[in-house]
Write a protein that binds this ligand. Structure first.
Ligand SMILES: CC(=O)[C@@H](O)[C@H](O)COP(=O)(O)O
Ligand SMILES: NCC(=O)COP(=O)(O)O
Length: 254
């Protein structure tokens, strides 16, 4: 592989999820902190895109955040959403560059498992067709599971986002290693299907390296830990720290 085709650290994109900027705002129902200002600051500091999860219960991101961000023209938006008619209509009305279909339940504290594509293939295929028809890139947020990867390919997915939550939440090194092996295998299987591979959930500067070293993963979506870090160092510095951790790890690729 010559230098021109070697994987470059910049090959790995960073999507910053700003849900929890909205969590702080919703805590008091104020107009601040501005999600749009946070998005622009993150982009200025090196983020490639902004992820927002418009949940059915609107616990953090609001419809107006999606509308303003998508209308801004200077922020690449990745709209995370449940596979429902309501959310598909909102995506079609706002036309974010990207969507990511995620499972959702009101009782959950945060996203738990990945989307069950294998168990609802036609419904997923129908959702993909509607969003693709509007020119929206759509990723399926799925567990690092062979059957779900194969189902994503069968449904016509062009992108997946591998759920890294089990890896991030592993309580010991052995469990983390086993989850990492699942992610590596899933990323390779998806890439072999010709699917672009993203990853996210629970990542922070201390655990992102092993994921960033997986050459077939080209985008990471990171939110909660980065926003938490921003409380102490500011959003721009938190983004720069994450990018540096990703690029340092990416240089380990052969
Ligand atoms: C799908 C995923 O893992 C996250 O992007 C999601 O946004 C988590 O939901 P909360 O941000 O509500 O924790
Ligand atoms: N899809 C993952 C994401 O957008 C951010 O997840 P987290 O870093 O907030 O856990």
């Amino acid at each position: 592989m010559n230098a021109s085709t070697a994987i470059q650290p910049s090959d790995l994109r960073l999507g910053v999820n700003v849900d929890h900027v909205a969590t702080l705002r919703q805590a008091r129902g104020t107009s601040y902190p501005s999600v749009v200002d946070a998005a622009r600051q993150a982009i200025a500091a090196g983020a490639d895109s902004i992820t927002v999860h418009l949940r059915e219960d609107r616990r953090h991101i609001q419809d107006a955040d999606v509308e303003t961000l998508c209308a801004s023209g200077d922020v690449a938006v990745n709209l995370e959403m449940a596979l429902t008619d309501e959310m598909i209509d909102i995506a079609l009305a706002n036309k974010p560059r990207d969507c990511c279909l995620v499972p959702e339940s009101r009782e959950e504290l945060t996203t738990e498992g990945g989307l069950d594509v294998a168990g609802q293939l036609e419904r997923v295929r129908d959702g993909l067709d509607k969003l693709h028809g509007a020119g929206i890139n759509v990723a399926l947020f799925i567990d690092p599971d062979e059957a779900q990867i194969d189902a994503a390919a069968e449904a016509g997915a062009r992108f997946i986002e591998i759920h890294t939550g089990a890896y991030a939440d592993a309580t010991d090194e052995g469990a983390a290693e086993r989850e990492l092996e699942r992610i590596v295998a899933a990323a390779k299987r998806a890439a072999d299907h010709g699917i672009e591979v993203h990853a996210g959930h629970g990542l922070h500067v201390d655990n992102v390296g092993a994921i960033a070293e997986i050459g077939s993963i080209v985008e990471l979506n990171i939110g909660h830990a980065l926003i938490a870090r921003a409380v102490f160092v500011g959003l721009g510095e938190a983004v720069r720290e994450m990018r540096a951790a990703m690029e340092t790890a990416r240089r380990n690729l052969h």
